[in-house]
Design a binder for this molecule. Sequence first.
Ligand code: KG4
Ligand code: ZN
Length: 340
Amino acid sequence: MHSQNIYILGIESSCDDTAASIIHNGKILSNVIANQKIHEAYGGVVPELASRAHQQNIVPVVHQALEKAGIAKEDLNAVAFTRGPGLMGSLLVGTSFAKSLAYGLNIPLIDVNHMQGHILAHYIDEEGFEKPPFPFLAMTISGGHTQIVKVNHYFDMEVIGETIDDAVGEAFDKSGKILGLGYPAGPEIDKRAKQGNPKAFSFTKPKVDGLNFSFSGLKTGIMYFIQRETKKNPNFIEENLNDICASIQYTIIGILIDKLKKASKDTGIKHIAIGGGVSANSGIRQALKDGEHKFGWTTYIPKFEYTTDNAAMIAIVGYLKYLEGYSTEQNVMASARLKI
Ligand code: KG4
Ligand code: ZN
């Protein structure tokens, strides 16, 4: 099997990043991303602008991915693409491009679920990174998703908890907006939290049954808190910014770790993996590491470039599906609300 040379192109266009990656027998040869800076001015992703930017970016991004990998498109064994979930206008660009490329080259077309991509990114061959053994728990945390998934095997996954309103990344970004920070605010809150006191202020944690999450109440709580305090002292935010950030981050981490603890206890699984842009957060990384001594967990955090939205994670899923002999029909449709 491994004497074979399998090259797969992965394409990701579910939100605001246009990305392409080439994987060779499980190892990433190139991982190219065109970010869309244009959304920063609006404080969030504008779907119409995203779709237009994908159309402009997709050809050069794929071209660059092939060039960096040092292969020609004729060397490809299959084309994998994100079918969903995501923004319909964005997904359509990647889907139609992947279809025509696979058709033109007469090679298999492989549809990929973006959420499976975040989880299976852990199976990319990468020096210094261990692959989690089955079964494990995967927590995907980003600006668009917050889920705990029980992963029994590559394509046997079960969502056992998810947010009922905002995603955790939105909790960071919306709190940051209240504090007057730029978009996305997550990285700055993280940076400031390191210099602040996490117990300076306390925010109420939501009460949600089972393994589900809720973050919209936290945002409202923070908003009222800031309104109240700035009425007393107009300089409250500037004078306490690091402490406010540290306290918000501390609360969010508490919410995530509480649910992970419960998930681990309920399932008896102690292998814990995370993925998604928020897994860059230094406080969350530390809290996971602490879980190794405190709860006997083994934790897995992918390389940073495979954790935010990227095409390498789509390419690895394409590769795993290719090995199983899987391919999809040309009439496959993008699906904004695709489930795991
Ligand atoms: O995975 P991602 O790049 O895109 C999707 O949303 O799918 O995640 C972006 C999110 C944003 O909400 C951003 O604020 C958050 O990840 N983020 C962070 C950090 N770095 C990125 N949140 C907290 N701490 C960070 N260091
Ligand atoms: Zn994502």
